[in-house]
Ligand binder design. Sequence first.
Ligand code: PEP
Ligand code: CO
Length: 446
Amino acid sequence: MDKAWSPNSWREKTVIQMPNYPDSEALREVVGQLGRLPPLVTSWEVERLKDYAAQASRGQAFVLQGGDCAENFDECESNNIANKLKILLQMSLVLLFGGKKKVIRVGRFAGQYAKPRSSDLETRGEEALPSYRGDMVNNLNFTEGDRIPDPQRLLRAYERSAMTMNFIRSLAAGGFADLNHPEYWRLDFVRDESLLKEYQEMVNALRDSIGFVESIMGSGDSEISRVDFYCSHEGLHLEYEAAQTRQVPRRDGWYNLATHMPWIGERTRILDGAHVEYFRGIVNPIGVKISQAIDPAELVALARVLNPDNEPGRLSLIHRMGNSSISDGLPGLVEAVKESGVEVVWICDPMHGNTESTSEGVKTRDFDNILGELQKAMDIHRECGSRLGGVHFELTGDDVTECIGGACGLTESDLSTAYTTQVDPRLNAGQALEMAMLIAKKMQGR
Ligand code: PEP
Ligand code: CO
């Protein structure tokens, strides 16, 4: 690996999954503007998240990462964002209750606007147009005008990310929800009586604990009323990421200040590729998605390149293998990384290995497979003398019908009721809260 690195050294490598802009001068102009706009996050927040991630690798904290598969410009609105924060906050309290350790909330938001695609072109009938690559690049509508990559969208994405962060920071600073309010813990998605009773008991115990903490700390003062949210997205569009990569006074190194924790996707984690080149040189905590397709030696080589100073909290390995592949795929990787001595945080993404299509061709995921992969992940790490440091979900705070199963009993025939995702199916608020309860239960050894 070539040691010389700069925010632009990735340009010398093979770049995949990037749009083809017809007007390179217009792109250069936009990238210049992006580089002059103020940052979305600060270096001290980035460092704090790295410290917390290091705590997760030692078993003193747990990472909850979640949000949309793809954000889109139209859904940058107050209810959507507040609902997403609310479900992440609820889940984090349930996990805090189950795991008895700090939960670090990391949203897939404020920049999750670029998507990898399996093909450059999408063909419908006689017509082939550039594939939709996320709102940062083009528009989902199937017309030439919508699909030709437009560099101005990079600025729109940045502005919407800034608006999202601004709203999130204000809500988080203001104690945006009264957790003692019964409305906050509605369990009306649970149809089964005995399950309802069990969940109700957990919520009651949780509310008692919140009340207890608030009575000692004084409400408004506790960890519970002052919540932190960090942001993350797939660092796919390297023009966007590089434009935000800066040096700051009194600190060494280059920070990506467009997000706290960017990650490399499964498709772009190529050892000698442009994405790994860009990521190896920034100082943020970073993630890399891995499937069972990676072999142990390749993973160790990748981890060494991405964590050159072997810093705790620097590198999260986010495995996404699927409920039927994790038992074969994960143990060898965990053993190899352990043996290499490279510091990592292990996070399980139980979504991307469990995507399936219904007989009607609708993309969905089964609640039981998602839960199954997570439970196996927890067991495998324990058996290998390792530790699962966090979970990564695609979810929304809204009542969508995209994944089947869970206590709400969604079936394939319900999927058309509220299927709004532009890319992958997400857990709805009820399914997400239930998932957190089931993980909490497993954490408690129940
Ligand atoms: C995603 O997180 O939406 C994604 C594309 O995941 P992966 O890179 O793991 O396939
Ligand atoms: Co996805």
